[in-house]
Design a protein around this ligand. Sequence first.
Ligand code: TEU
Length: 546
Amino acid sequence: MEQHWWQEVVVYQVYPRSFYDSDGDGIGDLKGIIAKLDYLAKLGIGAIWLSPVYASPNDDNGYDISDYQRIMSEFGTMAEMDLLIQEAKKRQIEIVMDLVVNHTSDEHAWFVEAKENPDSLYRDYYVWSDPAKDGGVPNGLTSNFSGSAWTLDEASGQYYLHLFSKKQPDLNWQNPQLRNEIYTMMNYWIDKGIGGFRMDVIDLIGKIPEAEITNNGPKLHEYLQEMNQATFGDKDLLTVGETWGATPEIAKLYSDPKRHELSMVFQFEHVMLDQEAGKSKWDWTPLKINELKHALARWQTELGEEGWNSLFWENHDLPRVISRWGNDREYREESAKLFAIILHMMKGTPYIYQGEEIGMTNSPVTDISQVKDIESINLYYERLAQGYDKETIIAAINRKGRDNARTPMQWSADVNGGFTSGTPWLKVNPNYQTINVEQALTDENSIFYTYQKLIALRKDHPLMIWGDFELLETTDKIFAYLRRYQGETWLVVGNFSDDKQTLDLGQYAVRKTIIHNYPEIITSLARELRPWEAFVTVVEANDDRK
Ligand code: TEU
């Protein structure tokens, strides 16, 4: 398999609204990101995935774009965007833009024109449908943000499609003119020197609404090959698709280099393991560690040479992993380090979401008035109308709501966690006084330095990037695997529990400890693991010792 820079780096996701506010309006901005580039360079990351910074009415915090070639006024100017790209490159950091082309904002000029003038050429940039025979919505498609995916445009008597909010009308990718407009816009950003694109819900662009087909539509890969050819195909950019429905087989279609589509995809099989089968993320069920480790192992082994993995626990849509699956109370540091070690030692490109590197946690609310995210708010009123009680709905939002990931980055113990001198757009997690960057940088045993070390190890050890993967059978709560490369074998072990677990890998002899989230040196692999203990050792199979 040919080798690329985006297989060797660790990517850091910045959610600009909550990263750092330089002008005191309570909203993060581009100058704030520039001010923190040295911090990110110290961490050692090689690329920033920048959540959308384009003009937007912020119905979905920037994932509803009204002008792809203008910067959202709260975030700053295009000159500051150009400066960010340049200043990042000076620190060997590429900027990966968030490409949101399944839909636009309803305030985008195309949709405004399409709505005002049904005969406009822009009408067919979107998905319109006559009412069903009974005069109601055309079919049963539903929105990810509750309710029907169809909204009636009174003036024309037609419905338009939105798989997300009413203010996010879906684009019609069957229209070649629309596709070419998107490619022109992508080349505008490529010409600015960006390092690539993260592609929002890209598995939806092949939709056939009249057939109620949304993801993995029949022309999806044809469009992606056309996009590749028309934009980034002759450049070495990082392109990662957000593909909620991907299996390893489907992932090969996106990321097999011979198909000239994308570099890799975000798959979500592990993300959906703590929701009741066939239900939504709001219908929680406890995670089974056995299912987690086998799902991740499957992705490690089934892509083979026909694709490349992305590796993540968190992003701006997901709850904080140590609150969700770790122990953010008695074992916050140990469990945060365990998740870091287990993820970064696997094969693929690791992604760190802002704040994950200092062990930020979920931030519970007591009332819907404290919630900003449209997805959670819509769900609350939908379930209220369905007869759920408020406490149950708020509990579900506290578990899985997207605001958990969007509370402002905690930089210091100063007011508002040093995020803003103004009033933050979303309440800062009250634990900022103890969990913050300033504290982490002064503590050599902090979670930050575990992430920094893992990133440094990746730069020094090709085994981490190119080595193969073998899952080892252990007790349910222990996730153990081998990485092998050019005669060297590393053993990675994690105890995903609050309890002691017995590790029985005495058939391996320890040659060296690479990293460990408890203080002492590892000498034997037939041993008791402490709660959330994780380590990596260089090993030899005992029969190799002869
Ligand atoms: O997310 C797609 C998506 O399906 C998730 O929002 C999902 O509905 C849920 O939130 C998972 O917990 C992408 C973006 O990442 C998200 O922020 C946007 O809201 C959405 O697309 C629409 O652009």
